[in-house]
Design a protein around this ligand. Structure first.
Ligand code: ATP
Ligand code: SF4
Ligand code: MG
Length: 387
C-alpha cells in the first residue's frame, strides 16, 4: 500500500509538472521510491500505536453553539443561530466517524467547537490524551489547550487557500514543530523529511512553494503539517471536496493508510455520501444543528431509520461551481437555524409527519445495536436505503 501512495503522488507530480512547465517536477517513479516507507517513518513518531484500539477517544455531550444575530447601527442582538444544537457523539480509538448533512447544518461549527477553535455555548467535550488521561477540553486554560491541540488537528477543505503561499513546504510542515518547541536544527529537518515522505512526497519538494503543486499534492502537504505534532485525532473538514474524483480516491487511500500505521482516529466531515460511505466506520447525520441518526456505515446505508437520512440517500448531488464540488439538494426548504420549526425540525419536509411531529421534539431512540435515530416513529417506518 505504501508503494501505491508513492505512485499516486508521482502521478500528481507529473501532471502538475506539465501544468507549470517545471522540469524539476518530472520526478518519475524512482524519485521518491528511495525514501522510507510510511511504516518506517511512522514508527519513529508513534511507538505505542494501537495500544488503546476501540476505547472511546472523544466524548461530546450536549454540545451547543449559538451565534448571535445582530441588527441595526448598534449591533443589537435580535436572535440566535442555533448552529449546533445539543449534539452528543463519541469517536473511538482508531475509527473514522463520518459526519454528513446539507450545507449549513452545522458540521464545520461542530468540528471547530471540538477543537475550541470557536468557543462552544454549552455542553462537554472529553478527550483521552495519549497517556490515557481524560481531559475536559472546555475547562482547559490557554496552556492546557495548547497541549491538547498537539493531539487534535484539523485538515482543511481547501488546499489552495489553507497553505501560506509565501512559505516553502519545509517551513509549512516544520512550523508546528517549531511553534510547539518539538524540534529545531537538524532534528527539525529530519522530522520534516519523514513527514513529507509519509504522505508520498519527497525531500526534493521541500524548498518549493505551494503554487508549484497540484491540489492533491497540496492536500498531502496539509496532511503532513497536520501530522507534525504527532496527533492521535484529525478532524478532516471536507478534506477531499475540492479535488477531482480520481485524486479524491488517492487522498482517501492515503488517509486510510496513515490511520492504520499511526493509529489515528478521524472525524470526517463531508456532504458527499459516497466519500462518507467509503471512509467511515460509523456515520452521524446532521439536520439544522442536530444529530438525527447515528449508526455503523453499512447499517445506516442499508436500513436508515430517520426519514431525513432516507431523503439524503435518495438525493442526487448537483455541481456547486462556487466550491468546485457537489451539493446535496432535497425537495422542500431547509429550516432556518435562526428560527427553526416547532417540534421535529424536519416536519415541514417529512413525508411521514403526523400531528405530534409539529409539537414535540423527538428524542434520540435506540433502534438496533449501535443504531440511534431521533424520530418519533424510528423503528416503525420501513425506510429505503441506498444500493
Ligand atoms: N461565525 C458565524 N456567525 C454567524 N453564523 C454562523 C457563523 N458560522 C456559521 N454560522 C451559521 O451556522 C450554521 C452552520 O454553519 P456551518 O458552516 O457549521 O455549516 P456546514 O454544515 O459546515 O455547511 P457547509 O456544508 O456549507 O460547509 C449556518 O447557518 C451558518 O450560516
Ligand atoms: S419525528 Fe415526525 S417529522 Fe420528524 S422525522 Fe420522524 S416522522 Fe418525520
Ligand atoms: Mg462546512
Amino acid at each position: 500500500m505504501a508503494e501505491q501512495v508513492r505512485r499516486d503522488a508521482d502521478a500528481e507530480t507529473e501532471a502538475v509538472a506539465a501544468a507549470v512547465g517545471d522540469a524539476n517536477h518530472a520526478t518519475g517513479g524512482g524519485d521518491i521510491a528511495g525514501g522510507p516507507s510510511v511504516g518506517a517513518a511512522a514508527s519513529s513518531f508513534r511507538g505505542e500505536a494501537g495500544s488503546h484500539a476501540g476505547e472511546t477517544l472523544l466524548r461530546v455531550e450536549g454540545l451547543t453553539k449559538y451565534f448571535p444575530v445582530r441588527k441595526g447601527f448598534f449591533g443589537r442582538t435580535v436572535g440566535q443561530v442555533k448552529a449546533v444544537d445539543d449534539v452528543s457523539l463519541t469517536v473511538r480509538q482508531g475509527e473514522t466517524f463520518g459526519l454528513v448533512g446539507e450545507s449549513g447544518c452545522g458540521k464545520s461549527t461542530l468540528g471547530r467547537c471540538i477543537l475550541r477553535a470557536i468557543e462552544p455555548t454549552g455542553g462537554t467535550i472529553r478527550f483521552r490524551e495519549r497517556g490515557g488521561t481524560e481531559v475536559d477540553v472546555r475547562a482547559l486554560d490557554k496552556q492546557g489547550l495548547r497541549s491538547v491541540r498537539r493531539e487534535m488537528q484539523l485538515v482543511f477543505q481547501d488546499p489552495y487557500s489553507s497553505l501560506n503561499p509565501r512559505m516553502t513546504v519545509a517551513e509549512i510542515v516544520g512550523e508546528p514543530l517549531v511553534c510547539h518547541g518539538v524540534a529545531r536544527g537538524s532534528e527539525l529537518r529530519r522530522r520534516v523529511i519523514s513527514l513529507i515522505e509519509m504522505v508520498g512526497l519527497s525531500a526534493r519538494h521541500l524548498e518549493r512553494y505551494p503554487h508549484a503543486f497540484s491540489g492533491g499534492q497540496r492536500q498531502r502537504i496539509g496532511i503532513a503539517r497536520a501530522l507534525a505534532t504527532d496527533p492521535g485525532f484529525l478532524i478532516c473538514d471536507e478534506a477531499v471536496s475540492a479535488l477531482d474524483v480520481s485524486v479524491q480516491a488517492q487522498i482517501l487511500n492515503l488517509l486510510r493508510e496513515l490511520q492504520e500505521r499511526l493509529a489515528l482516529s478521524y472525524l470526517f466531515i463531508s456532504h458527499d455520501l459516497g466519500v462518507i460511505r467509503h471512509i467511515s466506520d460509523r456515520v452521524g447525520v446532521m439536520y439544522v444543528g442536530k444529530l438525527v441518526e447515528t449508526a455503523g456505515t453499512e447499517a445506516l446505508f442499508a436500513r436508515p431509520h430517520h426519514p431525513y437520512t432516507e431523503a439524503l440517500l435518495s438525493s442526487k448531488p448537483i455541481p456547486d461551481p462556487r466550491r468546485k464540488a457537489e451539493r446535496i439538494v432535497l425537495s422542500g426548504e431547509v429550516a432556518n437555524p435562526a428560527n427553526p420549526p416547532s417540534g421535529c425540525y424536519f416536519h415541514p419536509r417529512c413525508p411521514y409527519a403526523r400531528d405530534i411531529c409539529k409539537t414535540a421534539a423527538p428524542p434520540m431512540k435506540q433502534v438496533a445495536d449501535n443504531h440511534y435515530a431521533a424520530c418519533h416513529f424510528a423503528g416503525e417506518l420501513n425506510l429505503r436505503g441506498a444500493l
